[in-house]
Design a protein around this ligand. Structure first.
Ligand SMILES: [Zn+2]
Length: 315
């Protein structure tokens, strides 16, 4: 079974340092590399566009467009990769041994509430959007904004537009109130690409049991993430902690809804023995030791594939 990982931030590293490439030989500087993806014949990797708040152009569309250009120029030009825009692309990856590359936005600040910008993102092949990173923007408050506000009027319009365009809404970084606003408004399933369970690790970036169940009931998926601080309070996380969160999701009815959203290249502290995609075999071995083979395959890729088949356009 070939892995699906629904979140990484390698595009943000490529944006910050133009000397970096996605070609072989970058393994000291990047977690996710072409060699590591192809080495394990990964089925799908989501590439998030993340713009650091430290950039002076943080709120503008420019760095978003530059990141998408990097996705096309540096990632997609590598051999064995295919941009996933439709279920036909996904099928091709499954049948031809290719690695699918799904493009997402982690924060929509740069779109400035403009539906024209959202439509362009869709035309450029963006298939998933998280409206905020941790802070607040025109659309909503993020998980670390103390005010804890919900969706704005413009944010609500974006929910509707994403539903109509066929862009998957990712709630991972939203405030709890904005989460519930999106859950109530969206007529399509919602996902949390990289979040863990608050019941096991009480962090604002994690989800309560009620939130997790609401995602499952919507028909969506949740990606267990390898951020040590979201796995256990002391931050000294082991592979066993990743399994504990997977198990908790399953205990809430998530056997068909749990996936993986590593956050590689978005983290500088790692789970012991899980510092880049080349080390995923250790996680898989631990999963097989604790879960049934069927459940392991579902979390490894089956649930994400089934979700995408239901929620990507056919062509
Ligand atoms: Zn994130």
């Amino acid at each position: 079974m070939r892995i699906v990982d629904f979140h990484c931030d390698v595009l943000s590293k490529l944006l910050e340092d133009e000397s970096l490439s996605f070609e072989p030989g970058m393994s000291g500087k990047l977690d996710v590399t072409h060699g590591r993806l192809r080495g394990q014949k990964a089925l799908l990797q989501t590439f998030a566009v993340y713009i650091s708040p430290s950039r002076p152009d943080y709120r503008s569309l420019n760095p978003v467009l530059e990141s998408i250009d990097l996705f096309y120029e540096k990632v997609l030009k590598q051999s064995g990769l295919r941009h996933i825009r439709s279920t036909a692309d996904l099928e091709a990856c499954m049948n031809q041994g290719l690695t699918g590359a799904l493009l997402s936005l982690e924060g929509a600040g740069g779109l400035q509430g403009k539906l024209s910008a959202l439509r362009l993102m869709h035309r450029l092949g963006v298939r998933a959007i998280g409206f905020t990173w941790n802070d607040a923007n025109w659309a909503a408050d993020g998980a670390m904004e103390p005010r804890g506000g919900g969706l704005t009027k413009q944010g609500a319009a974006f929910v509707k537009a994403c539903n109509e365009l066929g862009i998957i809404i990712d709630v991972s970084h939203l405030s709890e109130r904005a989460f519930w606003d999106v859950a109530a408004l969206s007529e399509k399933p919602i996902i949390a690409s990289h979040s863990n369970a608050k019941a096991l690790c009480d962090h604002p970036r994690n989800l309560s049991d009620l939130q997790i169940q609401a995602i499952f009931e919507s028909g969506g998926v949740v990606g267990v993430t390898f951020v040590p601080m979201f796995l256990r309070a002391d931050g000294h996380a082991k592979i066993e902690d990743v399994l504990n969160h997977m198990e908790h999701f399953c205990s809430l009815g998530g056997e068909e809804h749990v996936m993986i959203g590593s956050d590689f290249d978005g983290i500088d502290h790692y789970v012991e023995g899980l510092t880049h995609p080349g080390e995923l075999a250790g996680l898989r071995e631990a999963m097989i030791g604790r879960f049934s083979k069927t459940l392991t395959e579902k979390i490894w890729s089956g649930n994400a594939v089934a979700f995408l088949k239901r929620n990507l356009p056919a062509e």
